[in-house]
Structures are given as structure tokens and as C-alpha cells.
Design a protein around this ligand. Structure first.
Ligand code: C5P
Length: 395
């Protein structure tokens, strides 16, 4: 959905990255309004941001107005999110102390929108106790602080202070845009992706799971305020910022990780495609070529079944992917694994299944309710699954 993002650009060398960020936000369909401090204009001209945002850039409190709105109030009211990027030690100090002495700081003072602050500066400046104190003040005041990364800094030193990757800033904006934090204080445990069962040091057995469904659930839960742990098989996805990620390889690894986390989780959603079998004997060395070979497999632990047996206060959610008799199988699993509800999909349905960005699911709960949903994005399915889990927590 298109939102109004007001970007306060300050005078640091990382401004060139903010140009790219504005472009990315525009591509996502947002309206972007840029305001620049005087020193920011020394690094990049307003024309660059005007072109990228396709909006007039404001730099001067007392410039002749192009319309009759009081500009800093108008931007402050318009903002769904106020982004400060890069945030210098100077602006951090000003916001934390309530100073409003130019267009940028006055607008920030006048807004009720959530603030996302992205510090970028020399590492010694960043480490300075005053800067750290100001940042904790802002954090306590409810600002989202996007921590800088470590590495080579423009001033020639190596340390913590470089503007973080733009993906992390985009994540913080998404988090800030969600004002209904209905999962705040809840601990959500999600599993995602395939498991890999080693045959020898070179080969393994796996499945086609991309992990997208589980990663979307983890992301949406985080955005809605939950503390999220994601136990993930090997996938090529970037986890959303702020998620505690536990990478695993085999079903046994996943079992160990999940059991460890289970007691202190409120909602457990098992979206992983766990291998049911694993090679009985894993060869220490690479198996040599021969005319034929056979592999003996042995059963893996059924993680969800174990969780069902141990269930105390948790809301337990399973996934079920089938190629036939979907509903019968899903109902059976729901009962057998002692779940609160199960999310079922058929691999052969168009828009459902592995690697897609969409899914077509039916949700069956232990009270006998069955809800068939149309094709939708995995993000939307994730929200519906989380809504339903919340319903069960409240019951
Ligand atoms: O019985 P089936 O494997 O089809 O059930 C699917 C559900 O059970 C999924 O939620 C999956 O993550 C979970 N599962 C598990 N441990 C296994 C196999 C499946 O937790 N060994």
C-alpha cells in the first residue's frame, strides 16, 4: 500500500546511499518527500533528490512558499513515517534534546509519525558516550534506531559507523508503518525450509521447499511486534531484520533446536518441509561409483508430533502439503499431532506449492471450522495464520 515517507537527509558522506534508498521506496509505490539540512546540500544537490522523489525538496525554513500550506507542518502531518537518513551525531543530539532550529528539526518536532533513525558517522563519534546516551534516549522515546554496520569508513578507519545495508532500513520502515502491534510480548517460533539428510560428505536427500511461506510468517510476526525465532533449513532467502535465526541442516538438528525453544514459545508454526526419512548409515567417506547401490532409510523424529505430545500453553500450528486427498489427510494430522489448527495446500493447485510467491490454502481448526482461502500472496496467508493463532491465544 502506498504511504507517505518523509526523509530527512543530513550532512554525511552516506547521503549517496540515501539517493538509492529514495529510488527503492518510489519503486515500492510510496510517496517520498525529502528535506535536507544545510550541510546535506554540500554533499548532494537538492536536484538529485527532487528527481528521484519526483517531489519538491525543502531545504530552507524561510524560502518563498510554492503553496499556502505551512510547509514544515504540512510535511509533519502528511508523514506516515519520518526517516532520518543518514542521521549525524548532530541531528541525533538535536532530536534527543528537543532542539528545532531549522526546517528539518522543526518538522521532526512537529510530527506524530513513527521515526526511523539511521545513524552513520565516524566510529569514534558513534562510540562517544554522548551519542550513545542520545540514541538510548531516542529508543526509549519509541524511535526505531537502525544500527550502523561495521567495516571500512570513509574517513579511512575501520569500525562501527557505516550506514547499514538499505534492506535493513527498508525493514525498519515496514516495521514502523505497522502501528497495530497485536503480537507485542508474544514469542513466536517458526520453522521453514527443507531439511538435508546426509548420505555421505558430498550428497544429501532433500525436497523442493524454498522456505518462502515460513519466512513470510516470521516477517509478519516480527512486524506485528512479536519476538520471533526462526529455525531454518538451508534456503536462499534473507531473513527479515530483528529475527533470531537458528540455521539447521538435518531433521534431527531441527528437532533439537525446536525442542530447546518450545517451552518459552507462545505460538509455534511448523512450516518446514521436514524429511520423514534419513539414510540409516551415513558414510564417512564419499561412496564410490558401482553398478548399483541401495540406500537403507530410517525414520526421522516427527517434530510436530512430539510438540503436540508436550503441548502446554502453546498454540500449535502445522502445515500439510499433499498431492491427493488433501482434506482427509489434513484432518487426520490435525487430530494425530494435537494441533490447534492446520494449514493445508495441494501441490497440484495453480498458485500453491514450492517456490511460488502465492499460496492457496484451507485452514482447519480443532473446533471443526474449515476456511478455504482464494489465491493470495504468502504474506497475506501469513497474516491470516497469525490472526487465527491470536484468536486461539485469547480463547
Ligand atoms: O505428516 P506430515 O509430514 O505431512 O506433516 C506436516 C507437518 O508436520 C508440517 O507442519 C511439518 O513441518 C511437520 N513435520 C515435522 N516433523 C517431521 C515431519 C513433518 O515437524 N518429521
Amino acid at each position: 500500500m502506498s504511504k507517505n515517507i518523509v526523509v530527512a537527509v543530513c550532512g554525511g558522506i552516506a547521503v549517496y546511499k540515501t539517493v538509492d534508498l529514495v529510488s527503492r521506496l518510489k519503486k515500492k509505490g510510496h510517496n517520498v518527500y525529502v528535506m535536507m539540512t544545510k550541510s546535506a546540500c554540500e554533499f548532494v544537490t537538492p536536484l538529485t533528490f527532487q528527481t528521484m522523489s519526483q517531489n519538491e525538496v525543502v531545504t530552507d525554513m524561510f524560502a518563498p512558499v510554492s503553496n499556502w500550506e505551512v510547509e514544515h507542518i504540512s510535511l509533519a502531518t502528511k508523514a506516515d513515517v519520518m526517516l532520518v537518513c543518514p542521521a549525524t551525531a548532530n541531528i541525533i543530539g538535536k532530536i534527543a534534546s528537543g532542539i528545532a532550529d531549522d526546517f528539518v528539526t522543526t518538522t521532526i518536532m512537529a510530527t506524530k509519525a513513527p521515526k526511523v533513525i539511521c545513524p552513520a558517522m565516524n566510529n569514534n563519534m558513534y562510540d562517544n558516550v554522548v551519542v550513545q546516551r542520545n540514541l538510548s534516549k531516542l529508543k526509549n522515546d519509541g524511535c526505531y534506531i537502525v544500527e550502523p554496520g561495521e567495516g571500512f569508513l570513509a574517513c579511512g578507519t575501520v569500525g562501527k559507523g557505516r550506514l547499514t545495508e538499505l534492506e535493513n532500513i527498508e525493514d525498519a520502515i515496514e516495521e514502523a508503518l505497522c502501528t497495530d502491534k497485536d503480537l507485542l510480548g508474544k514469542r513466536v517460533l517458526v520453522t521453514a525450509g527443507p531439511t538435508r539428510e546426509a548420505i555421505d560428505p558430498v550428497r544429501y536427500i532433500t525436497n523442493h521447499s524454498s522456505g518462502k511461506m515460513g519466512y513470510e510468517i516470521a516477517k509478519r510476526a516480527r512486524i506485528r511486534g512479536a519476538e520471533v525465532t526462526l529455525v531454518s533449513g538451508q534456503v536462499s532467502l534473507r531473513p527479515f531484520s530483528g529475527i533470531n535465526i537458528i540455521p539447521v541442516t538435518s531433521a534431527q538438528d531441527m528437532y533439537n533446536a525446536v525442542i530447546n525453544e518450545y517451552d518459552h514459545s507462545d505460538i509455534v508454526i511448523k512450516a518446514a518441509a521436514v524429511a520423514d526419512f534419513t539414510p540409516k548409515d551415513k558414510s564417512e567417506h564419499k561412496i564410490k561409483k558401482s553398478d548399483s547401490m541401495s540406500l537403507e532409510l530410517t525414520k526421522n523424529p516427527d517434530i510436530l508430533m512430539n510438540l503436540g505430545e508436550k503441548k502446554a500453553h502453546q498454540v500449535l500450528v502445522g502445515f500439510c502439503m499433499e498431492t491427493k486427498e488433501l482434506m482427509e489427510n489434513a484432518r487426520k494430522k490435525l487430530a494425530k499431532k494435537n494441533l490447534d489448527f492446520i494449514v493445508a495446500n495441494n501441490l497440484n493447485t495453480k498458485g500453491a506449492g514450492f517456490g511460488t510467491d502465492t499460496n492457496v490454502v484451507t485452514i482447519i481448526d480443532k473446533l471443526g471450522n474449515e476456511q478455504s482461502l482464494d489465491i493470495m500472496s504468502k504474506g497475506d496467508v501469513a497474516d491470516i495464520v497469525l490472526d487465527k493463532a491470536l484468536e486461539f491465544i485469547r480463547k
